[in-house]
Design a protein around this ligand. Structure first.
Ligand SMILES: Cc1ncc(COP(=O)(O)O)c(C=O)c1O
Ligand SMILES: N[C@@H](CCCC[NH3+])C(=O)O
Length: 447
């Protein structure tokens, strides 16, 4: 959801998925994550259609780290996408939702033995190998469990996306993947090909996140295809699958210049065709792993304003009832967002305010310096485009319960994650018996 796509009803209230946002806040409480199912499905289809029309064998694999719940797994499955998971917890979520295991891609740079066993036993579609230790461990475990997992080798293409907006992962100095330039990636492929217990299927790379134009991807395509050619020429083996990762960006604020994702995908697939014919290699099956571009613009977060603090000539703070515990991206990356007052979107004299949370940190800010109609206690603020990495990165800092997540479509609102209670917050706390009052005297004496 962006300014130009905002819908407002006759009461001047923000509308999302056919629902009045102010009514949602009243009914479900605040802070509240709201996800527009129809936008989510439309985003999924943009990727699906672009990839499948190029080659029906291609796959779109949604990166669950951006936002994952059991209901989300169902929607992703219905849209024909695969699922990228990076932990036992994400894998467990997918398994519980009944996600088809052959469409699960298991990532991560330090998968534990327990997680790998879980992946082998549930027979996930692909395990993406990140380093030598993991390669060895997976071989041992696969032999032990009598499995032959299909794997990719993750490589670091050595691309430096020179802008702070890119959350870099493709450069040489990265914890992820085997480096291409020093020959490690090639050696890893050779080793995987000769392994008796692993089925080598292809290569993977991921060059970063919130990338707003196709150029870095085109460079990645060229580098990856050159490696494919080297593998074919030297090892006599064609590589069937090429996973180009995710990272497709979305605009968060009006001055974010971005290339529409359809155009980015078209550019990438055109570059692929051009390089394949130049290098005279077979076109591999292409996989992409978008997270943010599928879920980011589907979500808003609703907050209630508890008060304002004006420091004349300095700044006006607007206090909302959540903060860095439900959205850490501003504090962590200096991320920027846009927002509206959901109960009177266009009504009032504009003023510059800073939307601050209720947590005990000076950096607990959601938006620095935004122009909004004069904000008053009791207003409902909607922060836009919070679908990605909001709920998934939420914490219980200051022991705040995590907000609920609501799915809206055609005027209907349903809970897909319940609001946490204080009881949930303490549910794993344990008081050792010796700290109970009745034992305290005795313990103290012993000390
Ligand atoms: C391996 C991998 N795939 C996919 C993604 C999804 O990224 P994004 O949400 O930027 O599309 C990430 C995260 O950056 C990732 O590390
Ligand atoms: N969590 C990040 C992106 C990291 C993507 C995962 N490799 C964000 O909010 O932008």
């Amino acid at each position: 959801m962006f300014y130009n796509s905002i819908k407002v009803n006759s009461k001047g209230h923000l509308v999302i998925g056919g629902c009045d946002a102010v009514e949602l806040a009243e009914r479900f409480g605040t802070p509240l994550y709201v996800i527009d199912e129809d936008v989510l499905r439309a985003n999924s289809r943009i990727f699906y259609n672009a990839l499948k029309s190029h080659n029906p064998e291609n796959e779109v694999v949604y990166a669950g780290k951006a936002f994952l719940t059991t209901a989300m797994c169902k929607i992703i499955q219905q849209e024909g996408l695969g699922l990228d998971v990076v932990s036992g917890g994400e894998l467990y979520t997918a398994l519980k939702a009944g996600f088809p295991t052959e469409k699960i891609y298991f990532h991560g740079n330090n998968k534990s033995e327990e997680e790998l066993i879980m992946a082998l036993q549930s027979e996930v579609g692909r395990i993406i190998i990140d380093n030598w230790d993991e390669l060895e461990l997976l071989e041992i475990l696969a032999k032990k469990l009598n499995k032959e997992p299909a794997i990719y080798i993750r490589v670091t293409p050595g691309i430096e996306a020179h802008t702070h907006r890119y959350i870099m992962t493709g450069q040489i100095d990265s914890k992820f993947g085997f480096t291409i330039s020093n020959g490690e990636a090639f050696k890893a492929v050779k080793r995987a090909l000769t392994s008796g217990s692993l089925k080598f299927k292809g290569l993977h790379c991921h060059i970063g996140s919130q990338i707003l134009e196709s150029t870095p991807y085109k460079i990645a395509v060229k580098i990856m295809l050159e490696l494919l050619k080297e593998i074919k020429d030297t090892l006599g083996r064609g590589v069937e699958e090429l996973d180009l990762g995710g990272g497709f960006g979305i605009p968060y604020v009006e001055d974010d210049s971005y290339q529409p994702v359809e155009e980015m995908l078209r550019d990438i697939l055109e570059e692929l065709e051009a390089q394949v014919s130049l290098l005279k290699i077979k076109l591999p099956k292409i996989i992409v792993e978008p997270g943010r571009a599928i879920i980011g613009n589907t979500g808003i977060t609703l907050y209630k304003v508890g008060g304002v603090k004006e420091i004349p000539g300095v700044r006006k703070y607007v206090f909302v009832d959540g903060g860095m515990s439900d959205n850490i991206r501003t504090a962590l990356y200096g991320a920027r967002y846009s927002a509206v007052i959901a109960n009177r979107v266009y009504n009032g004299r504009l003023e510059k305010v800073t939307i601050a949370g209720k947590l005990c940190e000076s950096g607990d800010v959601i938006i620095w310096d935004i122009l909004l109609p004069e904000v008053k206690k009791g207003d409902i603020i909607a922060v836009l485009n919070t679908g990605a990495y909001g709920y998934s990165m939420a914490s219980n800092y200051n022991r705040l319960p995590k907000p609920a997540v609501i799915l809206v479509s055609k005027g209907k609102a349903e809970i897909i994650v319940k609001r946490e209670t204080y009881e949930d917050v303490i549910k794993n706390d344990v008081i050792p018996e010796r700290l109970e009052e009745k034992f305290q005297g005795r313990e103290m004496q012993a000390i």
